[in-house]
Design a protein. Structure first.
Length: 471
């Protein structure tokens, strides 16, 4: 991995501090079919706060289409130009019945940017080795409201299956647009066409009138506050887990997010494994996660220390942005570390994400990240000292009492993402296949956590001095 010069990092710094998003001229950020944009940087078209969209990634923007089952023999075609960005994808979701009630946002299918066959005469700029700046870059993806074939070899190219339920959902994701102010990546939202069995094609408002679900709102958090508090109460096991610290552990541990029910089991087991360590698991996802990401999660609490320090080796990621002309190979397409509130709000605080390109690395490709409240931020948690800083947030786990004050102000939640890991990268989160194996699988890429005080960290001076942002 190479390092950027100070001038090469200017556009990256701008991405972090840009207060509002813009878009290319005449490219609307929502339509009658696509709700959004769901972003931490601006409200949706309906005025909703995208920061509460199930711990959103600050470097990504999401759009959601929710529609009824299509007529027999019909399918949708989504037409778009590939974005000028690090990554884009289309993901389909279904609704599942769970012990806590109907749960939307269970991934059923997905198609990544480099899996899409471009239209005739166009080029896919995401395929390794291709130029990223090609002018002809259009594609078309078919969407079927049926279950995906059990064998991927039985599916047609550029096909997406949203399931056979009563509600169908498809999400568009765009990660790290080349122009950080342009959420769409310089191209329009996918234009939907409804192709009926008899050959008729329906477009525009007529399509929306025919198939749109009546609910156009942004997806809500996984649990209500009462449900979340009920889970927490089940995990109180003094003296190890008190009512104010559960489900965090005094010695923090990362676990792979195998699915909502597994995570809830960790909560009700006082922050420990709900099944024996080493039990094989499948990462089913949930909460509108993408099948292309794998996640580590960790519950935290300031009563064990006001600062959480993470140290590890960084996976290489694909360079992107202005001036990067070729799609390069890398260990992962993208990675990040983000903080958030609990399952009843799922909010990412302002400054609660550190995307890969913002994290300084030393000569060995290693990083130091500090997570704290703004008022607790140590003076040496800065780029000058080679240390990334992430906002813990002031809302705790997001629960509030009748007086509006946080019920658990010291609680926290941390996520680490690996997006589109290369099959040859053995230390990717995607390769954590059993409980209790995150640390041995990730090896030196495991972000070792440690609680410390501000004074203890400041006493280290500049622990990452000489580190630089990577690209």
């Amino acid at each position: 991995m190479t390092t950027c010069s100070p001038t090469a990092g200017v556009w990256l710094s701008f991405f972090v501090i840009a207060p509002l998003a813009t878009q290319a001229a005449d490219l609307p950020l929502s339509s009658c079919f696509w709700s959004g944009p769901i972003s931490t940087r601006q409200p949706t078209a309906l005025g909703e706060d995208g920061a509460r969209f199930l711990w959103p990634e600050e470097a990504a923007t999401y759009w959601l289409a929710r529609f009824k089952p299509l007529p027999v023999g019909a399918h949708l075609v989504l037409k778009r130009d590939f974005a000028h960005a690090r990554h884009e994808s289309l993901n389909a979701y279904r609704t599942a019945q769970t012990p806590t009630g109907p749960q939307r946002g269970i991934p059923s299918d997905a198609i990544a940017d480099d899996e899409i066959v471009p239209d005739a005469g166009s080029t896919n700029p995401y395929v390794t080795g291709q130029r990223r700046d090609v002018a002809k870059r259009s594609y078309s993806v078919r969407v079927y409201t049926q279950e995906p074939p059990a064998n991927r070899t039985d599916r047609a190219p550029n096909s997406l299956y949203s399931g056979s339920g009563t509600t169908n959902e498809v999400a568009l994701r765009v990660y790290v647009p080349d122009d950080p102010r342009d959420l769409l990546g310089g191209t329009a939202l996918p234009e939907p066409e409804l192709h009926l069995a008899a050959g008729e094609v329906v477009r525009g408002q007529a399509l929306c009138d025919a198939i749109n679900d009546a609910d156009r709102s942004m997806p809500r958090p996984t649990l209500t506050q009462a449900q979340w508090l009920g889970l927490l109460a089940g995990g109180v096991q003094p003296p190890r887990c008190t009512a104010s610290t559960t489900p965090a552990e005094p010695q923090p541990v990362w676990r792979r997010g195998f699915g909502a029910q597994y995570v809830f089991g960790v909560v009700t087991q006082c922050g420990t494994e709900p099944v024996p360590p080493g039990t094989p698991m499948q990462g089913v996802g949930g909460g509108y996660s993408t099948l292309h990401n794998a996640y580590l999660f960790m519950f935290t609490n300031r009563q064990f220390g006001p600062l959480l320090v993470l140290r590890g080796k960084a996976a290489t990621f694909r360079p992107s942005g202005p001036g990067v002309t070729t799609a390069a190979a890398s260990q992962v397409r993208y990675w990040s570390i983000c903080t958030g509130e609990g399952f009843s709000t799922t909010e990412t605080p302002d400054g609660g994400c550190a995307p890969d390109y913002s994290i300084p690395l030393d000569g060995d490709g290693r990083y130091t990240v500090v997570i704290s409240r703004r008022q607790d931020r140590p003076s040496n948690a800065s780029e000058r000292c080679g240390v990334a800083w992430i906002n813990w947030g002031d809302g705790g786990d997001g629960t509030r009492g009748p007086d509006g004050k946080p019920l658990h102000p010291d609680s926290g939640f941390v996520l680490m993402r690996h997006l589109l890991a290369d099959p040859g990268f053995a230390h990717a989160i995607q390769n954590v296949k059993a409980t209790g194996t995150a640390e041995p699988v990730l090896g030196e890429y495991y972000p070792v956590p440690q609680y410390v005080s501000r004074a203890e960290f400041e006493a280290l001076g500049c622990p990452g001095k000489g580190a630089a942002r990577a690209h």
